[in-house]
Design a protein around this ligand. Structure first.
Ligand SMILES: [Fe+2]
Length: 333
């Protein structure tokens, strides 16, 4: 999932993009949001009045900022949500080429460190920076099966909690879906892994089956950000901590058909959901992968096993909180 650059031909786009580098949320309650990601298993590297920064072992990061921080790009929806998606790029020359391409039809700004900022065709804040990513290489998983024993004379590995290793993908709602897909595929050279007919595009810029999933929807907004862990046992270690801390598990345990990843989702007070994932398809050689088109209402569009998400899955955190506030008090008071 987080492999050394250069190991596989499919590890970056033709424009040099290698993966998500940083996701920036603008949030209404910094303390609540920070507690959520702490319970989720991310490591804090900086916190103060302006916000909170978490870093993963591969040196990608997640930033929490106040939702009224004037330095942030405009929000795609009301309330706490994603504000900027920064992509890692292999070289400064490639960042310059992306800047030149985007400057042909939109404003591009540049920080002192060379990071560039713009908006995509649906209005999401995007950035590009030379990646600081370092490969994380975990021990292979060992599962015994009938007649094939690979873990001899020892117990399996169990987890009391999760510690995400990889910032994997983001899923965005897009009213102008075709235009948005064309922006990422034709201009930034993201690769198409699979599609939902007329409504969904699983795009990648690395060997991960998807780093960006664009979903046709009436409004812009964040569906989820996803983090890679070692395997299903670590997902359930994370689930234990999250559910005991009172965070709402929204979908799982399941396995997606498209991308093959095992998943568990939790509603995120910073916006949308977060996902623990493991065992995703890796497309190491693009010539050996044939994208498929799936029917959007077929079960395979959502899962191989694990069932459908709940009816409120696409509602925002603030909508669900407002609905809960309107429920009758169970104590009768
Ligand atoms: Fe996902």
């Amino acid at each position: 999932m987080s492999t050394p650059l250069g190991k596989y031909p499919g590890d970056r786009t033709a424009t040099g993009i290698v993966g998500l580098e940083t996701v920036v949320y603008g949030v209404e309650d910094l303390v609540l949001s920070a507690r959520f990601f702490d319970d989720f298993g991310l490591e804090t590297v900086e916190h103060g009045e302006a916000g909170h920064t978490f870093e993963l072992p591969e040196h990608t990061s997640l930033q929490l900022r106040r939702f009224d921080d004037a330095a942030l790009p405009a929000p795609p929806e009301a309330g706490s949500t994603i504000r900027e998606i920064v992509w890692g790029v292999d070289t400064a020359a490639h960042v310059d080429e992306i800047a030149a391409e985007l400057a042909s039809d939109r404003a591009v700004t540049r920080d002192a460190d060379g990071t560039i900022h713009a908006v995509d065709d649906a209005g999401y804040g995007i950035g590009f920076t030379v990646t600081k990513r370092e490969a994380v290489i975990l021990e292979p998983q060992t599962f015994n099966t009938i007649g094939s024993v690979v873990r001899e004379n020892e117990r399996a590995a169990f987890y009391d909690r999760a510690k995400p290793q990889h910032l994997g993908h983001i899923v965005l709602y897009c009213p102008n879906w075709s235009e948005q897909v064309s922006f990422y595929v034709d201009r930034l050279k993201f690769m198409i892994s699979d599609t939902l007919r007329g409504s969904g595009a699983f795009l990648r810029c690395s060997v991960d089956h998807h780093n960006l999933f664009l979903l046709r929807y009436p409004n812009t907004g964040l569906n989820h950000v996803s983090f890679g862990v070692h395997g299903v046992d670590e997902i359930m270690g994370g689930h234990k901590v999250m559910s005991e801390a009172g965070w709402e598990p929204t979908w799982g345990l399941g396995r997606h058909y498209i991308g093959s990843n095992i998943f568990y989702y939790f509603r995120n007070p910073s916006g949308g959901h977060v996902e623990y994932y493991a065992d995703m398809d890796s497309i190491t050689n693009p010539e050996l992968w044939t994208p498929e088109e799936f029917e959007p209402d077929a079960p395979e569009a959502l899962f191989a096993w694990g069932g459908y998400p709940p009816p409120n899955y696409r509602k925002s955190y603030s909508e669900v909180q407002a609905e809960m506030a309107n429920l009758p008090d169970p104590s009768g008071g």
